[in-house]
Write a protein that binds this ligand. Structure first.
Ligand code: CDP
Length: 208
C-alpha cells in the first residue's frame, strides 16, 4: 500500500507521514529532503540554485541514502530547494528513486508536493495536509527555534508565503491536491487529532 501525503510548507506533513508510517509499520520517505539536498549541494559549492546545469548535476550525483542532514532544515535551503524543484530535469532525475521507494513492501508513506499527482498517481490513500499560513509560520518558527536557529517570525512567514507561491505557480508538478485526495485542514487540530483523522481515512481506503 502507498500513502501519499502532500501539502504546502510547514503544514505538518512530515510529522503526520512519520506517525502514519510508524502506525502501519511502513517505510517512510521525506521527498522534500531530496530537493533540499540538491539545493544545499548547489549552495555549498558557491553556486546559484537558478543555474539549471548546476542543479541538474547536483540531482544526478545525489546520494539519497544520506538525506539525514541537520543542515537541510533552514529556510535558506528550503528556498533553494523550491527553486531547483521548478526544474523539470531535476524532478525527472529524482523520480526513479522515489518510485522505487514507494514500491517497498509491505507499504510506504511518502510526503512532498506531487506524490499523489505525479510520483504515485495510483496511491491507495492520498492526503493533502494544509493549515492557515499564520499557523504554518508559527509551527515552522518554533521548529527552527528548537533547532537553535532564531530567525524572526516575520521572515519565516514571508519565506513560507514566497515558497508556497513558487510551488503553486510552477509549470511542472505544481502544488495542488490530487482530485481524489482527502484534504485535511489542521489549523485547529493537535498532532494527535490530525493523525486520528488520517488513520480513519486510510482505514476507509483499505476496506475498498
Ligand atoms: O518541510 P517543508 O514543507 O518546509 O518543505 P519540504 O517538504 O522539505 O520541501 C522543500 C521544497 O522542495 C518545497 O518548497 C518544494 O519546492 C520542493 N518539493 C517538491 O517540489 N516536490 C516534492 N515532492 C517535495 C518537495
Amino acid at each position: 500500500m502507498i500513502i501519499a501525503v502532500d501539502g504546502p510548507a510547514a503544514a505538518g506533513k512530515g510529522t503526520l507521514a512519520r506517525a502514519l508510517a510508524r502506525h502501519y509499520h511502513f517505510h517512510f520517505l521525506d521527498t522534500g529532503s531530496l530537493y533540499r539536498m540538491v539545493g544545499f549541494a548547489v549552495l555549498a559549492t558557491g553556486g546559484d540554485p537558478r543555474d539549471e546545469a548546476a542543479a541538474l548535476k547536483a540531482a544526478q550525483t545525489l546520494k539519497p541514502e544520506s538525506a539525514h542532514n541537520e543542515d537541510l532544515r533552514g529556510e535558506e535551503v528550503g528556498e533553494a530547494a523550491s527553486i531547483v524543484a521548478a526544474n523539470l530535469k531535476v524532478r525527472e532525475a529524482l523520480l526513479g528513486f522515489q518510485r522505487q521507494f514507494a514500491a517497498k513492501r509491505p507499504g510506504a508513506v511518502l510526503d512532498g508536493r506531487d506524490i499523489g499527482t505525479v510520483v504515485c498517481p495510483d496511491a491507495e490513500a492520498k492526503i493533502f495536509v494544509t493549515a492557515a499560513p499564520e499557523v504554518r509560520a508559527r509551527r515552522r518558527h518554533q521548529e527552527l527555534a528548537e533547532r537553535g536557529l532564531a530567525p524572526s517570525f516575520d521572515s519565516v512567514f514571508a519565506d513560507i508565503l514566497a515558497r508556497d507561491e513558487r510551488d503553486r505557480r510552477r509549470v511542472h508538478a505544481p502544488l495542488i491536491p490530487a482530485a481524489d485526495a482527502y484534504v485535511l485542514e489542521t489549523s485547529r487540530m493537535t498532532r494527535e487529532q490530525a493523525l486520528a483523522a488520517a488513520i480513519a481515512f486510510v482505514e476507509q481506503r483499505r476496506k475498498k
